[in-house]
Ligand binder design. Sequence first.
Ligand code: ATP
Ligand code: MG
Length: 424
Amino acid sequence: MHSYTGLSQPEIVVGLDLGTTKVTAVVGEVDGDGITILGVGNVPCRGLRRGVVSNIEWTVRAIREAIDAAQTMAGVEITTVYAGIAGSHIRSHMSDGVCAISGREVTAHDLERVLEGARAIPVDADRMILHALPREYIVDTQDGIRDPIGMSGVRLQVRVNLVTAATSCVQNVIRCVERCGLNVADVVLEPLASSYAVLSEDEKEIGVVVIDMGGGTTDMLVYADGGIAHTSVIPAGGNNITSDVAAGLRTPMGEAERLKRNYGCALGRMIGDDEEIEVPGVGGHQARRVPRQLLGNIIEPRAEEIFREARRRLEDAGLVHQVAAGVVLTGGSVLMEGMVESAEEFLGMAVRLGFPVGMKGIVQLVQGPQYATGVGLVQYGAEHLAQAAARGGYHDLYEDSLEPEPAPARRGKSGLWGWIKDAF
Ligand SMILES: Nc1ncnc2c1ncn2[C@@H]1O[C@H](COP(=O)(O)OP(=O)(O)OP(=O)(O)O)[C@@H](O)[C@H]1O
Ligand SMILES: [Mg+2]
């Protein structure tokens, strides 16, 4: 389990996953020994489409219910959350930052300076930088450095993966959370959060792809050479599979969802010839028995399409041969039989399922792959609190960066939203 030694006292960290099918709040207590899960609230929500808020009222209601349930279970009052964001408005590209270190040792302050440099590039007026994720540091001519603190040289360079988002989409997430009387500590890319929950350090070191197949989107994040090399969002997920089943078997969406969960299989050839399922009729038509193979034949092409698209994006990014640990699948949709086999076939890589790991407490409530993002948001928050504490408090972090990092525990009333408003 990860330890957060920088923290002098236990802190409550809350992850809020705004998914296309559900809102999940996860309450964790973080101390030097790691994370203890204290409470979880999970509420179905239809306020998002393809990972983006489309109905504020519905989303606000679901957030309230999820937070209420989580804080009742945890017995703590929730004031601040780390919120997730996804959607096809997310883009990422590489950027470099450079600063002079004039022959002395690299300090934490130099890292902040060089990261500022990498963030100081023009972005479209309607977009904002969500993360600057270091991929490697270069001191003079030595590249591939993970942690340059303490090394000496004259020039420090960083290569970052700069993740940008549509400002309006970020604003809507923050607006929904603040309408519930909560502060947003940070808005975090959902597959980045999921990767915190399901990947091992070894996998990150040798290169790995995490694919989070939720209801509305399939999110990818690639670690290569020890850093984050690529992220992208495929605008299709489990809801598309359900729609395909509803149309293909001419049955209502609710029944299609049930059939998918109970009998679905992502690879037709894994289904026996003699297996049958009962399909309820729509509009007064009688229920009928059909071969389960038929259900498989409807699901397989959609799963294939998503995995082929993921493979294409990896090829375009030139990363296929840099992910020796293969693929880790997470998100609710990978609970379906045959997903691992389908992914192996169409991605052409080794694949395993990713369940949230690395916590104590009531872990049985957040064990499924659909909780990877919520749990990962807590782990992300814990890491940032510990790093900020090690650097001497949140205040410094806030003042020193060009784009202020949000200050988790001390954020004022105006919050991240206030900062966005100020920026315009
Ligand atoms: N046993 C199962 N078999 C197949 N699919 C399942 C199963 N359980 C859940 N799902 C599917 O998982 C999807 C929901 O997954 P998840 O909770 O990860 O999505 P989300 O976070 O709400 O959405 P997104 O991340 O796309 O915004 C739904 O499409 C649901 O049908
Ligand atoms: Mg999700």
